[in-house]
Design a protein around this ligand. Structure first.
Ligand code: ATP
Length: 503
């Protein structure tokens, strides 16, 4: 698993998908740049999302709000007071950690012990094994699971009551050591706000404290009535947005999974109070189906329903994905009640209500949100697509099986040799296809090596121009996944490619 993840990171760099930011200055922690192929893949994921959310739903429209917002926005939303993580330092190693993550990692280790017992029993009893029964009767497993739950519940309780002393006490009682140095010499736990602050305006007395938005959602809430009125929207309706968000994460790690600057794709769906659970279930189902439609393997997704809810939510679930480092959150679906709109009414003194013609009355709508990280989608797609294959002749190939609809380059056009007019024909094909698809030209090295390079880049089709092309206007089209090669007329290429890559 660890090797797989290392491969993902190095393949992303070697094939022009992702570079460390400011690399010539040794990079900046948890900040990355999307390279020539990465930018295309990212754009295609964004468009695939946008099409399914906005274009395919008559009652969902998009906006593009600013990253800077009036500072009161973040008071109203609760971010100034409550958008923080519990932080702890190790006095000896001087390393900084999220206290809740240290405890969760400890609990997960106990969980793994229970899982190992279960797996052992499963192997021993075969088909006769009943997991449910085993878990409720086996004393050792019962003990592990109870211990794990007790730890997590106590942590949740302490955090909810803002009892940070107890969070520290828990770390000490469990004997949790610094993962890097093994030292157990901890500081107090304190809350650390995750918003980046900056200043607007030049002169000291008129300058205003601003924040870089930590989520895109608030840009939608403050525009709710503008969109509703100018778009003549009727409830239920949604507003979608993609854009950058910023969080000063205490520990940013795992490549582009957790970054300090990242992009979200969010949709806020405004519904009648009382109907939120119906829509919450609807969006959970719809979003899971969207993920599965990419064909990365249905077994790689699962729901995680939240027991501990954020201050604004009355129901919340994550869609988790099987990343190279295990199942982790990819998307959140939250029933946010009327918390945000009511708070903005209160802080702005403006009404944010929908006038319902049927009942002749106004109300503040409830909101169901779907929120997915674009960079996390990228990592999910890229890491599952990257495969090492052993071929029939015993040789291996590296292939990036990106869903064709998302692949940066749809076809590479390759003249078999650099002479006899073959490059000219290849150029003509490119001139024709480039209006509809991203296509590439490559004439360097033997054609077999060029195929392998396009496999590793994730290009679904290679089109080879040879001497027969000059006689009958046909080419060889090679499919990335099956490596099958067909002889087809040049005039058919557009249709063949389009059938596979159209959104
Ligand atoms: P996590 O628990 O992983 O910190 P979260 O629950 O705080 O995530 P939300 O506030 O629900 O995340 O944000 C919605 C989505 O935005 C997440 O599902 C994730 O895909 C993405 N996201 C959040 N924080 C980051 C980050 N630091 N880097 C990349 N993507 C992020």
């Amino acid at each position: 698993q660890e090797d797989l993840f290392k491969n993902v990171v190095s393949h992303a760099k070697e094939y022009g998908y992702i570079f460390p930011s400011s690399e010539i200055y040794d990079g900046l922690s948890a900040v990355y740049d999307y390279a020539q192929n990465g930018v295309e893949l990212k754009k295609n994921i964004r468009e695939y999302w946008w099409k399914s959310m906005v274009q395919m739903h008559e009652n969902i429209v998009g906006i593009d709000a600013s990253i800077f917002m009036h500072p009161t926005t973040w008071k109203a939303s609760g971010h100034v007071d409550a958008f923080s993580d519990p932080l702890i330092d190790n006095k000896d190693s001087k390393k900084r950690y999220r206290a809740d993550v240290l405890i969760e990692d400890y609990a997960e280790k106990i969980n793994i012990k229970a899982q190992k017992e279960i797996d052992k029993a499963k192997a021993r009893f075969g088909d006769a094994f009943n997991e449910q029964e085993f878990v409720t009767t086996n004393e050792r497993v019962k003990g592990y699971l109870a211990q794990k739950n007790e730890i997590l519940q106590r942590m949740a309780r302490s955090l909810e009551n803002d009892d940070l002393a107890d969070v520290k006490a828990l770390i000490e009682e469990l004997g949790i050591a610094c993962p890097e140095s093994g030292s157990k010499n901890w500081t107090e736990v304190r809350q650390f706000n995750l918003m980046f602050a900056t200043k607007l305006g030049a002169s000291a007395d008129t300058a205003m404290d601003l924040y870089l938005r930590p989520e895109t959602a608030q840009g939608i809430f403050v525009n709710f009535l503008n969109v509703q009125k100018t778009g003549r929207m009727k409830i239920p309706f949604g507003i979608a947005q993609t854009g950058k968000a910023f969080r000063n994460e205490i520990v940013a790690r795992q490549f582009i999974f957790r970054m300090r600057e990242f992009e979200q794709m969010e949709m806020q769906f405004f519904v009648k109070p009382g109907e939120e659970m119906k829509w919450y279930e609807y969006w959970k189902t719809t979003r899971l189906a969207w993920h599965k439609s990419l064909g990365l393997g249905e077994e790689n997704y699962r729901f995680h329903d939240h027991e501990k809810l954020a201050h604004y939510a009355n129901a919340a679930a994550d869609i988790e994905f099987n990343f190279p480092f295990g199942f982790k959150e990819l998307e959140g679906i939250h029933s946010r009640t009327d918390f945000d709109l009511k708070a903005h009414e209160q802080f702005s003194g403006k009404k944010l209500q929908f006038f319902d013609n049927e009942s002749n009355s106004s109300y503040v709508p409830y909101v169901v949100e779907t929120s997915v990280g674009l960079d996390r989608m990228f990592l999910a797609v890229f890491s599952k697509a990257l495969q090492e294959e052993t071929l029939e002749d015993g040789s291996t190939r590296t292939v990036l099986r990106l869903p064709s609809v998302l692949a940066p380059t749809k076809a590479a056009i390759l003249p078999l040799v650099k002479k006899d007019g073959l490059p000219d024909v290849a150029r003509e094909i490119i001139e024709d296809l480039k209006w509809d698809f991203n296509v590439a030209y490559d004439e360097k090295d033997a054609v077999g090596r060029r195929y392998r390079r396009q496999d590793a880049l994730g290009t679904p089709f290679c089109i080879t121009v040879d001497h027969q092309t000059l006689e009958d206007k046909t080419v060889t089209i090679r499919h990335r996944d099956s490596m099958q090669q067909d002889r087809v007329a040049i005039s058919e290429l557009r249709n063949i490619i389009n059938n596979e890559v159209a959104m």
